[in-house]
Ligand binder design. Structure first.
Ligand code: MRU
Length: 348
């Protein structure tokens, strides 16, 4: 199994996603500041993986203040979490994981527990292992939507690399294949930093899943040619009405899918849902450096000084989404009432 992120000897070990597919290597973070840098520079990326990295980064922070008395420890720990929360703005899982770590500390302190840092390390490891279980559940639920012989289009990387393992959108594909369904995957290269060409294609090759790489601007033509049966993508944040933020280019695919009558599925764990916001309009979309557009790996691809706009994500309105696959099952429209039910259940 591809090991994206794990805890070893009081350090966070990450597969270096910037080095893939040419070089398979791991980077070791021994303090939380290194984890923040790894999230910012996309060494670790993909909403669930960012969440796990944030939790493990917070655990490293906790170890560095281990000797403090509980009250001081909590103040400092919350500041460390606030610092990690600034690493990237869109993926809900980052904030969800940090909230869960803070709650773990609250519970431990209020019940007079000792060894606070060790408890936080255990919680971070739990978040990591639970993510794989959740992805497998999502895969099991979502696999019923895929039929033997389907050609599936995916965007960005919502695979093992974007999670603690197995993947969300690619997890659904993996699960369907485990059931013996023969599938073929079209992989969008995913400009500007090519998570599709570098990472999804790498995962497909590694597991011998039949796949074909296309550039983003080819997707519409393939749909017109009848080459795509279904589209499945991941998500970075889903509003209470089902509006979904995901990698830039997702919205165009969803509109094209609607025009061609192709089912468009989103696979995401409940930790990606933001029940505090009514619609996608409230989601902060990260804007990244223009260098990602004017350069590729040090090679300039545009005139020097060219003005660039580089939003990392876009918003797909719920009306374009055929179903959302979660670990609880498959949700179809209207999402609002179903999601409200889940939000109520999570609170109680
Ligand atoms: O900028 P990235 O690579 O972190 O963006 C990742 C995506 O948009 C993924 O599709 C999303 O996080 C879902 S991953 C299971």
């Amino acid at each position: 199994m591809i090991k994206t992120i794990f805890w070893k000897n009081n350090a966070v070990v990450l597969i270096d996603q910037n080095a893939l597919p040419q070089i398979e290597r791991h980077v070791v973070c021994t303090n939380y500041r290194q984890v923040i840098s790894a999230i910012k520079d996309l060494t670790v990326r993909g909403a669930p993986a960012i969440g796990v990295a944030a939790a493990m980064g917070a655990a490293l922070g906790a170890l560095s203040i281990e000797a403090m008395p509980p009250e001081k420890f909590q103040i400092k720990f919350n500041l460390i979490c606030d610092h990690i929360a600034k690493a990237r703005p869109t993926a809900r899982n980052l904030f969800w994981a940090l909230e869960r770590m803070k709650e773990c500390l609250d519970d431990a302190i209020s019940s007079g527990k000792q060894n606070l840092a060790a408890r936080l390390v255990s919680e971070a490891k739990r978040i990591c292992s639970e993510d794989i279980t959740i992805n497998r559940q999502m895969g099991k639920h979502g696999s019923v939507l895929l039929a033997d012989g389907d050609n599936i289009l995916t965007h960005c990387n919502a695979g093992a690399l974007a999670t603690a393992g197995y993947g969300t959108a690619l997890g659904v594909i993996r699960a369907a294949r485990e059931q013996g369904k023969k599938l073929h995957v079209y992989v969008d290269e995913t400009r500007p930093v090519l998570q599709g060409a570098r990472l999804t294609a790498w995962e497909m090759k590694k597991e011998k899943i039949p796949a074909t790489l296309i550039t983003d601007n080819m997707a519409g033509f393939l749909m017109q040619q009848g080459k795509i049966d279904k589209i499945i993508v991941g998500a970075d944040r889903i509003a209470a009405n089902g509006d979904t933020a995901n990698k830039i280019g997702t919205y165009s695919l969803a509109v094209l899918a609607k025009a061609h009558g192709i089912p468009f599925y989103v696979a995401a764990p409940l930790s990606t849902f933001d029940f505090s916001i009514k619609t996608g309009a409230e989601i902060t979309i990260e804007e990244r450096s223009g260098d990602e557009v004017t350069n590729f790996r040090g090679v300039s691809t545009a005139p020097r000084g060219m003005k660039v706009y580089n939003p990392a994500f876009d918003l797909t309105p719920a009306r374009y989404i055929s179903a959302i696959i979660t670990e609880e099952g498959i949700m179809t429209k209207p999402y609002l009432s179903l999601l409200a039910g889940i939000a109520r259940k999570n609170k109680s």
